[in-house]
Design a protein around this ligand. Structure first.
Ligand code: RTP
Ligand code: MG
Length: 250
């Protein structure tokens, strides 16, 4: 928001101009921003994460901040505070903090709805096959990415991840994201179908043996350059715990 508009407390809509008392017209043509997180199931699988990032950048979004980071339990709890009464909240905190994520601020007109459209429906089995969750998501809420859902939540999330997550705006962020894509989107390694089949079959047959956990560790570890083994294991464990909860519900 323009400086004067900020000082006066007046909140013009995005794209409006604001007439100051001095009759000087201040441009408040600020572009919309969204906080986007490529979740651990995307980040650990390097080629998949890089392809999701590329698909978003190919839509013309500017990357204003970019950071690969581990999410602390406290940041996870604050980020998903809106869901704190839901039964899946403890699992969600475990999942998002299991292994590194890619946190970023994207900027463009209509970026909030645009990213959500690109991701597709929340639950992977309901996401259209062309959407990013439809292409790369694993199952249900193991769904590749988070994206802000409204300008107000975007502002709160950006402030939270800046203050508690150390996400900082930088002139270099767009370049960092492009370097990441160049580094990791080189291969065609994609075990989405294998991981999905494993999860689906385990839920359907009620198989929660150690063998399933070991397979998930192997599959998540196939393309995980630079990710610690303990982080790959923690991600596999989060997905395995999701399977166990689904089996218990049946
Ligand atoms: P996100 O916040 O991650 O962008 O996803 P969203 O807006 O599409 O969905 P939301 O309702 O905000 O849910 C946040 C995340 O919680 C997990 N979830 N699990 N087991 C369940 O019933 C359930 N419901 C939601 C998903 O990981 C979802 O992305
Ligand atoms: Mg949400």
């Amino acid at each position: 928001m323009g400086q004067l508009a900020k000082q006066s407390g007046h909140k013009p809509k995005i794209g409006q101009s604001c007439v100051a008392t001095t009759r000087q017209v201040i441009d408040v043509n600020v572009m919309e921003r969204s906080l986007v997180i490529i979740k651990p199931d995307g980040t650990v699988r390097r080629n998949v994460g890089a392809r999701v990032l590329k698909a978003l950048m190919d839509r013309g979004y500017h990357v204003k901040a970019f950071k690969e980071m581990k999410v602390s339990e406290s940041l996870a709890r604050l980020h998903y505070d809106v869901h704190k009464e839901r039964p899946f909240f403890p699992w969600l905190v475990q999942f998002i903090s299991s292994a590194p994520v890619l946190a970023m601020i994207l900027e463009a007109d209509d970026v909030i709805q645009g990213v959500r459209d690109a991701l597709g429906a929340t639950f992977v089995q309901k996401a259209s096959p062309e959407s990013l969750r439809g292409k790369y998501g694993i199952w249900a809420g193991v769904n590749i990415a988070h994206a802000s859902d409204a300008p107000e939540t975007a502002a709160v999330e950006i402030a939270l991840w800046t203050q508690e997550g150390g996400l900082t705006e930088s002139e270099n962020a767009d370049n960092l994201a492009r370097t990441y894509i160049d580094k990791y989107a080189k291969t065609d390694v994609d075990f989405t179908a294998e991981i999905r089949n494993k999860v689906k079959a385990s839920i359907e047959t009620g198989d929660v043996s150690d063998h399933v956990l070991e397979s998930l560790e192997t599959l998540f570890g196939e393309d995980s350059e630079g990710v610690l083994e303990s982080e790959v294991r923690a991600l596999a464990q989060a997905v395995f715990d999701f399977i166990r909860e689904e089996v218990e519900k049946r």
